[in-house]
Design a protein around this ligand. Sequence first.
Ligand SMILES: [Zn+2]
Length: 133
Amino acid sequence: MTSERLHRCELCGVIIAEAPADTSGDVLCPECTDHLSDAATELLRRAAHRVRDLGEAAESDGWTVGGYLVYEDDGGVTAACTFVEDAAWIAMMSPALAGHLAAWLEWSASPPLEPLEQREALALARALLTTPP
Ligand SMILES: [Zn+2]
């Protein structure tokens, strides 16, 4: 039996058998060391696509908070919340942000960023792709 430890690339999630040679503490697969891997790039683009699709399918922008409710001006969107802070959060994340968020995710999928500079974008992309449809 081997005592080899397996590692997971912090960016694309691929399993790697050997620890990284550098001592920065970052665990990156060989592909992500120089540029973002195809898997990580695809993750960012899928998240951008999902955000854009959901935003375009949503009722409207201009969501506002009224007490524990989030509503769109013509009354087409209403969400009841237990806490007003939740309502404020939902209203802030209205479909008006979808295009900007998708553009940022797509931009993060492309050079000239260094792979580690894309870490937060990848974390966001994973979260966006694991939320319920
Ligand atoms: Zn990787």
